[in-house]
Design a protein around this ligand. Structure first.
Ligand SMILES: [Zn+2]
Ligand SMILES: [Zn+2]
Ligand SMILES: [Zn+2]
Ligand SMILES: [Zn+2]
Ligand SMILES: [Zn+2]
Length: 558
């Protein structure tokens, strides 16, 4: 838009100028042209506003402590008491200097409302102060006695309870085992040969005589000393190798642990730094009895907005010790008009020479309320299962979608989308209106989508039936070839599902926007229909295709 053209068409009268600004914003967002907005009354005022900026210089000590010696660049003092004295001196010196430097800055920039005093203008940071102390946790040693082993570096062996040995596993602590020679009998039988004279035959014959003797291996007791423990009854502990203690795991045998408080240095340092901050507060006092205008002007967040609206301003400033105050008296022209929208009225204000509109007083909401009412009243005639719409609902949805603001609402569903839309529309619609529209449009679009889907495009899923002849033709082939063929049928059917969504989109674009262009695909995907349809169709194809193959084999056996 060339500026010459704009000048030529911009009306001189400020109220007509404001109406034009409103129409320029509303017209592209609704299906209604500016003919629906009529200027009813208008009022021009200049509101006096006092804007107060207060800058308070504050001083604070930032204290820190840490492990080891002082960091580089810190000025070392003897101890905590010395640090307190030095810090107090730094504070006194800064306090003495700040008012003079602040006043000097104010003399140069005090009456320029957009200039803000910086810390550097009134404060030069003094040296960071610090001292070092022996670490309290380790008393300066850098390490701490190990509590687990009482600094010994070793602890009692838990396996043998510090005895160095454990009961012999072979003899159960008796020290004995059964004698292998007599098998525990204590005696052995030996057979001696004896010659016996037989008087009847007068011959001598030899006979074996068994004889019982005490066992030479065990001396008759049946037991010998245990070979494993040598008769002691206990064997050496394998965990501690008989040493009775093992290395302490906590200190790894050192008897002490590094001190965490000082990183084993034995020292801790403490520092104190004087820091300066400047806090700004801002408040506006508009002088008007109009409560709505007063509230709007009071909420201006900073001097920049006040100056943006001011036709003229006058600034005074004063410094008082460490506080700088500035007051700007601004004259803000305000054009207020009452716009007639059908039978309803909206009160809109334009602030400043540029007539900034902070709130469009629900003008679009008034224009679009009939469309919303029509859509809401048509919805009960429709159903989701089975999917069915009525010509009345289609017409109402078409009217609603003819307004750009409603398309924006449909493209931004959910609470997050609501916030986006409300922020963009600057009061052109109320939150309640946007919420109602969002719910009604989502419902209407869902019903229109599924109704259009079942009226034909859904049949494309029947492409999965191709698996029937494919199965019969390929049943002689090996499984991997048949699997590839089935995958091909699945992809074809899924492609059919994508095609069905595109057909539905095209159909809806024709029924909902006859004679004009409406790009519905964005709305349908933001409303989740594309995702839901492809998900459902995908599951169907994956389940139906193997089922068709099974059916083919069942009905026509090989
Ligand atoms: Zn320590
Ligand atoms: Zn230890
Ligand atoms: Zn024996
Ligand atoms: Zn033994
Ligand atoms: Zn042991």
């Amino acid at each position: 838009m060339g500026s010459d053209d704009a000048d030529a068409t911009t009306p001189e009268d400020p109220s007509l100028r404001l109406l034009t600004r409103i129409a320029d914003f509303v017209e592209p967002l609704t299906r209604f042209d500016r003919g629906h907005l009529a200027l009813e009354t208008s009022q021009h005022r200049t509101i006096e506003l006092a804007a107060r900026q207060i800058f308070r210089v504050g001083l604070d000590f930032v204290r820190a402590e840490g492990q080891g010696p002082l960091p580089d660049g810190v000025m070392e003092v003897a101890n905590g008491a010395a640090l307190a004295v030095e810090a107090e001196a730094q504070l006194a010196s800064a306090r003495a200097i700040i008012p003079g430097r602040l006043a000097l800055w104010a003399a140069d920039h005090g009456e320029s409302p957009l200039r803000r005093p910086g810390v550097a203008a009134c404060f030069t940071p003094p040296a960071v102060l610090g001292f070092v102390e022996a670490c309290a946790a380790c008393r300066g040693r850098g390490s701490i006695e190990c509590k687990t082993c009482s600094a010994a570096g070793a602890v009692e062996c838990p396996t043998c309870a510090g005895r160095g040995s454990r009961p012999c596993s072979a003899c159960k602590e008796t020290g004995k085992e059964r004698c292998g020679r007599c098998l525990g009998q204590g005696y052995e039988i030996i057979h001696r040969e004896e010659t016996v004279w037989d008087a009847a035959t007068n011959t001598g014959r030899t006979q074996n005589v068994p004889e019982r003797r005490t066992c030479g291996g065990c001396g008759g007791s049946g037991n010998v000393a245990c070979a494993r423990c040598g008769g002691v009854g206990r064997e050496s502990c394998s965990r501690c190798a008989g040493q009775r203690t093992i290395t302490c795991q906590t200190c790894k045998g050192a008897g002490a642990l590094g001190c965490e408080a000082c990183a084993s240095t034995g020292k801790r340092h403490f520092t104190s730094q004087l820091a300066c901050t400047i806090r700004e507060t801002f408040e506006c006092s508009p002088r008007t009895s109009d409560a709505e205008l007063a509230a709007t002007l009071k909420s201006l967040p900073a001097i920049e907005q006040v100056l943006g609206y001011a036709q003229a301003h006058r600034t005074t400033a004063e410094t008082d010790a460490s506080t700088f105050r500035r007051e700007t008296l601004a004259a803000i022209p305000v054009t207020s008009i009452v716009v007639a929208v059908g039978s309803r009225r909206a009160n809109v204000h334009g602030f400043g020479p540029q007539q900034d509109i902070r709130d469009y007083a629900n003008i679009a909401g008034i224009l679009l309320s009939d469309d919303l009412d029509a859509l809401e009243s048509a919805l009960p005639e429709t159903t989701l299962a089975p999917p069915r719409t009525t010509p009345r609902m289609d017409a109402a949805l078409a009217s609603a979608l003819a307004s750009e603001a409603n398309v924006a609402i449909a493209e931004n569903p959910g609470p997050k989308g609501l916030a986006v839309v409300l922020n963009d529309l600057r009061g052109l619609l109320t939150e309640e209106h946007v919420r109602r529209t969002s719910v009604a449009m989502a419902k209407a679009i869902r019903r229109a989508y599924w109704a259009a889907m079942v009226r034909g495009p859904l049949a494309l899923l029947a492409l999965a039936l191709l698996q029937f002849p494919v199965e019969l033709m390929l049943r002689k082939l090996d499984p991997s070839a048949r699997f590839s063929a089935m995958l091909g049928v699945m992809l074809l059917a899924f492609g059919g599902a994508i095609g069905a969504h595109m057909l539905v989109t095209r159909t809806l674009e024709r029924t909902l926007a006859p004679g004009r262009t409406l790009h519905l695909s964005r709305v349908l995907s933001r409303q989740g229909h594309l995702r839901n349809w492809l998900l459902g169709a995908g599951v169907f194809v994956v389940l139906a295709t193997p089922a068709v193959a099974g059916l083919a084999n069942l009905l026509i056996p090989a």
